[in-house]
Design a protein around this ligand. Structure first.
Ligand code: SAH
Ligand code: SF4
Ligand code: F3S
Length: 458
């Protein structure tokens, strides 16, 4: 008898690959990690089971990133290695999706003709159709410019039982001159608040305790929505509705854009008990002239105002940021402005990147102003050393405090240690003892490093 499976999904499939094994290899950001969970969901709807590694998989999906040049190099290096994997058995299928596939289109199969399916970011939910087509007619590439349907239409097989990603918005309407995301992820589309809330409730009913809301610019959430002629729903209102869901314990979000940061969002972080005490404010550069060339929509003074506003409302909040070193034309004075803001803001952590020219972006054509590699390397090292000292100082403030820790996974380096996060987002290690994954435990923070905390159960 034919079986029809539907797991919390708008998509219905008749499973045709019962017993086959799949594996998904993911590069890039949280959006990609979550898309991979949707791909896994579709594969399981089709009857497949997850393999432990690519070695025992029949179907391998590589979900790619293209944010910096080295991400592209990594992709073609990986596909080179996977030629051997593919040729080991006629029945194996190699699938490539994600942002690099969306950007490179036919180039993927030109460079790696052993790939069976190339799929973009806009049509993810069509993956099983394309897999079928490739079996019937041979290799296929399908990259489309318009968004076909949201990845959230597909079911999701989550990596973690207790923490879940929740997409509230896809794409991006900004035009930061260094960034390739708008061209590979398309325009900003917000999901309806009721869809977000229903998915959150569903996740909680499955045992999820912590939800991380995903969007490229979460605080412009809802700008494209109009509900019953009422004004658009604001991000802070969405947080409030999520906060009311019984049994949901924690809400995090990433990433907000400094130019759209509203007071209401800061008050939501302060006042809503489930919204965690952390805010990511991506600075990119501290120099007003570079920020203007980056097309970021704020200058040094406006950024400092935002930091002051956040700190005056929530003095003990954990702040993190992203910084690009060596944007075209960055002078020593520009870099000093960045260091000034870093010293002033006292971020808990800084995610730092060396500028990487991406074809198709405005900054790619600023070649005559590219900063010398040696200069970028020196500035990067200086920033890293300075921030390591700041992070070390910042994380020490937790030592001796009592915190609530969600146990998330085994440490990669030591299987007697669990790793999790405290409310304000710091990674925290604790001896396994008789603890279990998913436990919420009261702990005492006993030690700190610049990068993580150590805890003991109370
Ligand atoms: N939407 C998010 C950023 C997503 S990309 C935001 O606006 O904050 C994540 C980070 O990658 C960016 O914040 C930026 O610091 C970095 N990045 C993006 N393009 C880059 C490039 N061409 N070179 C170096 N770093 C880059
Ligand atoms: Fe890229 Fe800017 Fe959009 Fe972030 S806000 S994804 S950096 S274009
Ligand atoms: Fe993310 Fe990389 Fe795409 S950072 S949005 S996977 S280009």
């Amino acid at each position: 008898m034919e079986q029809t499976v539907k797991i919390n999904s708008k998509i219905i499939l008749k499973p045709s690959r019962i017993g086959k094994k799949y594996y998904v290899k993911t590069f890039g950001c949280q959006m990609n990690e979550h898309d991979s969970e949707r791909i896994s969901g579709l594969f399981e709807l089709d009857g497949m089971q997850k393999a432990e590694s690519e070695d025992n998989a029949d179907i391998l999906f590589v979900n790619t990133c293209t944010i910096r040049e080295n991400a592209d190099d990594k992709l073609y290096g990986t596909l080179g290695h996977l030629k051997k994997w593919k040729l080991e058995s006629e029945n194996r299928k190699l699938l490539v999706g994600g942002c690099a596939a969306q950007k490179d289109k036919n180039l993927v199969r030109d460079k790696a003709p052993w790939v069976d399916v190339v799929i973009g970011t806009h049509n993810l939910t069509n993956i099983i159709n394309l897999l079928n087509q490739s079996e019937d007619w041979g290799p296929v590439t399908e990259i489309i410019d318009e968004i076909e349907n949201l990845p959230t239409d597909a079911p999701s097989i989550r990596e973690s039982e207790f923490s879940a990603w929740l997409t509230i918005q896809i794409g991006c309407n900004n035009s930061c001159t260094f960034c390739i995301v708008p061209s590979v992820r398309g325009p900003e589309i917000s999901r309806r608040p009721s869809d977000v809330i229903n998915e959150a409730k569903q996740l909680v009913s499955e045992g999820v305790k912590e939800i991380t809301l995903l969007g490229q610019n979460v605080n412009s959430y809802g700008r494209d929505l109009k509900i019953d002629n009422k004004s658009r729903p604001y991000f802070a209102q969405l947080l409030e509705q999520l906060n009311n869901i019984p049994d949901l314990e924690r809400i995090r979000f990433t990433s907000p854009h400094p130019k759209d940061f509203k007071k209401e969002t800061i008050f939501a972080v302060k006042e809503l008990s489930k919204v965690c005490n952390q805010i990511h404010v991506p600075l990119q550069s501290g120099s007003s002239s570079i920020l203007s060339k980056m097309h970021r929509g704020y200058n040094k003074e406006r950024f400092i105002e935002k930091i002051d506003m956040i700190r005056s409302i929530i003095p003990n909040v954990s702040l993190t940021t992203d910084i690009i070193v060596g944007f075209p034309g960055e002078t020593d004075e520009d870099f000093i402005d960045t260091m000034d803001i870093v010293n002033y803001s006292e971020f808990d952590a800084v995610y730092m990147f060396k500028f990487s020219p991406r074809p198709g972006t405005v900054a790619f054509n600023m070649k005559q102003e590219f900063v010398e590699k040696k200069v970028i390397d020196n500035r990067f090292q200086l920033l890293k050393d300075t921030q390591t000292d700041i992070s070390e100082r910042r994380l020490k403030r937790f030592v001796g405090t009592e915190q609530l820790l969600l146990i998330e996974k085994l440490s990669k380096k030591n299987n007697q240690i669990y790793s999790g996060k405290i409310d304000s987002g710091q990674i925290t290690h604790i001896d396994k003892g008789d603890l279990n994954l998913g436990d919420f435990v009261k702990v005492n923070i006993v030690d700190s490093t610049p990068f993580y905390l150590k805890a003991e159960q109370l």
